[in-house]
Design a protein around this ligand. Sequence first.
Ligand SMILES: [Zn+2]
Length: 396
Amino acid sequence: MAGRKRSSRRLTGSRKRNRRAREKRRRRRLTFASACSLFAILLLFVSGQLDWENPGGSAAWLGSSAAEQGGSSGKDDDTFPENSGGTEESPPSAQQGDASGGKDDGNAGESLLTVTYLDVGQADCTILQCGDRTMLIDGGGNSGARTVLAALEALGVERIDYVVATHSHEDHIGGLDEVLARCPTENIICRREESTTKSYLDFLREAEACGARWIVPEPGLKFALGDASFLLLAPSEEVFEKANNCSVALLVTFGKTRFLFTGDAEAESERAMLELGLSLEADVYKAGHHGSSTSSTEKFVEAVDPVYAVISCGAGNEYGHPHSEVMSRLEEHDVQIYRTDMMGTVTIVSDGKTLNIRTQKPAAQGQEHYPARNRAFYDFFASYLLQGSRRLNCNE
Ligand SMILES: [Zn+2]
């Protein structure tokens, strides 16, 4: 009996050892399988196969899922944390497509701000609409008047509350005489310059004839545009020598979103704006002087800290706009760039928290589509994986 018992104990002990060994092997296999899976996932991320901004990838699924669930934005980039500085909410999203309408972002019934950066070739024209209020910043060149009038009609504009004529150059005020002649206008914000070009004189004549109130721009002046408001930042008296530096600059605020316009203001005017000591932070920066290297200085871009930049320029323009220095600078600051020469008219609709961006033409091949803040997150995540960092802090 004693022998059998011993034998039984020995067998029991042997079974236990075998079981432990089996469990050990199973754990090892599980660990190995988990490691393989994790490695495969990491590989996919690093190689870009799990690019969440790729419409055919996971982002499309996330976006449509949010839309189906009646999410407030239905956009494809609300899933990732960001540190936007100017806005506290989820990052503004970008969508490529047609430039029409733009009021279907899930916030129907609430006030929206629609900003239309019109493709007027090598010139400038932006239409802002908030509720039943409209502002026109520049009116394109002489040859752009028809385009501007057609756009105003298509957008249902019957009256303009503010026309901002940034400065006297033809590519900004050339089309305004026809606009002022045909569209009732309440106010004109413009600094009277000594220019005697035909375009400027035509503009002055119509400005006087239309009976609009003439407002002399001064930094610090603030106006309402429906539920939005705008603050003048330039021009400052000390930089008046150059016409470009006479450009009216304004910061438009709607809810937590901000849009900056600086006309053709150059480095001297940018410095004067910085010296105002006001926050210049904006989600969308219309790159000064059509993306010329005379503007968008390092300190200015740093202070504006935009998520998006819109560059209004003509395809193959004789000035080489936008200049490569500016493009590099914006890219270094993780700014996503929209160009009217490549994408046509760019329309941005703000609900006060998020931005919905549409372009008339799809972006050119090779253009990156994902919003800048997500790109920063992606870059950081990729470097985290590659460098084996211990901590993943999305706010860095
Ligand atoms: Zn210009």
